[in-house]
Write a protein that binds this ligand. Structure first.
Ligand SMILES: [Zn+2]
Length: 372
């Protein structure tokens, strides 16, 4: 059964709402029309409270969408596609098709949502100030103040460093940048998410008992929701030692077609531009055999103006000088043989043919996922 409805598209992103949101909207409109607005601006007709209440719900939903559009816009700028924005009981979710490529992009995507909420809060604040100039009903002025406050709350509460809240993602991006290890950063950030939501749940329980049962109850539901979400993320980033037994073959990076013996440094530059993931390019000898390779640092050693004339021949590295690994060798064995923590690459070969190379970064990634 579909649990959410598509309501349209904004900036090319489909917007959906969870069916539960309809129920919350009714509750919210009711609370605004019957409690919040009459107690703040008494003495008006019931119909104007209801009209303002419905406007308030629309304004609040629009604020949630604005927050998510902030994430989506910056995600698209960083080459991460957004499949859908969905409004849930507790706010919105912009579903990204994949994780960001680097900590900087993750940081910017996470920060964009709260930033957008603060912009929206600023917008409503200006509306409040303008409403002093023109005569508007106190009910609507109060509604504008309420929308300002809701956007401030949205911005600030999302910055709490409890993964998967935006603040938790910012924390992960920061840890990822510091350590260079995304998976360990995810583990730490999601562990914090669980600890903070645990503390939040305890505070909510105390609140239920000592101060307000209803707001404590809402807090508790939110805390449980957050705890479960961070626990799921934490569990999916759990170390899996069996990964160390994987064969290295599938980790190999394909190599570009070999260059001919008369190629220049400019040709090498071209080859790397077409194969950015390749750590080296094979080079043919005069008998048409691949007997040597060239690495990327050659380009850096030759000034741009000379690259078209400088031949590759003086920078060739003989093929036999590269370390070799068999495709069925395990990650653990390769790691202990070729070293851990420094940059290297090795030819993947079964003794006869080879067109792929194992790079230490790819091995380190797996080792990160496998160990604590
Ligand atoms: Zn957000």
């Amino acid at each position: 059964m579909r649990t959410h409805l598509r309501i349209g598209r904004l900036l090319g992103v489909p917007i959906g709402i969870n069916i539960g949101v309809l129920l919350v909207s009714v509750l919210l409109a009711y609370t605004l029309a019957k409690v919040t607005l009459p107690s703040g601006a008494p003495g008006h007709m019931s119909s104007s409270y209801w009209f303002a209440g419905v406007l308030g719900v629309i304004g609040f939903m629009a604020s949630l969408v604005a927050h998510e559009l902030g994430h989506s816009y910056v995600a698209a700028k960083n080459n991460v596609a957004v499949s859908e924005i969905t409004l849930w009981l507790f706010g919105g979710v912009a579903k990204l098709e994949r994780d960001a490529d680097d900590p900087g992009a993750e940081f910017r995507i996470a920060l964009a949502g709260p930033a957008m909420s603060f912009v929206a809060a600023g917008f409503f604040l200006i509306c409040v100030l303008l409403s002093h100039q023109i005569e508007i009903s106190p009910v609507f002025e109060l509604l504008l103040i309420w929308l300002f406050a809701m956007n401030m709350i949205l911005g600030v509460s999302n910055l709490i460093p409890a993964f998967p809240l935006d603040g938790g993602r910012i924390l992960r991006a920061w840890l990822w940048r510091r350590t260079g290890r995304r998976i360990t950063a995810t583990r730490t950030a999601t562990l914090w998410g669980q600890i903070l939501s645990g503390i939040f749940a305890a505070l909510s329980l105390i609140s239920m008992w000592r101060w307000s049962f209803l707001s404590g109850m809402w807090g508790l539901i939110l805390a449980v929701f957050l705890f479960v979400a961070s626990r799921v993320e934490w569990a999916s980033a759990r170390p899996d030692p069996t990964m160390l037994d994987w064969e290295v073959g599938p980790l190999g990076r394909q190599l570009p077609d070999p260059l001919n013996p008369a190629s220049t440094v400019a040709d090498l530059e071209n080859a790397f531009a077409n194969w950015p993931s390749a750590p080296l390019v094979p080079v043919l000898d005069h008998h048409g055999q691949v007997s040597s390779v060239v690495t990327y640092d050659v380009i850096r050693r030759v000034p741009p103006a000379q690259r078209k004339v400088v031949p590759l021949s003086s920078y060739l590295q003989p093929m036999w000088s590269l370390p070799r690994v068999h495709p069925s060798e395990s990650i653990n064995s390769v790691r202990s043989r070729l070293g851990n923590g420094r940059y290297w690459f090795a030819l993947i070969t079964d003794g006869n043919t080879s067109n792929s190379v194992l790079v230490s970064e790819d091995v380190d990634q797996v080792v990160d996922s496998a160990t604590i």
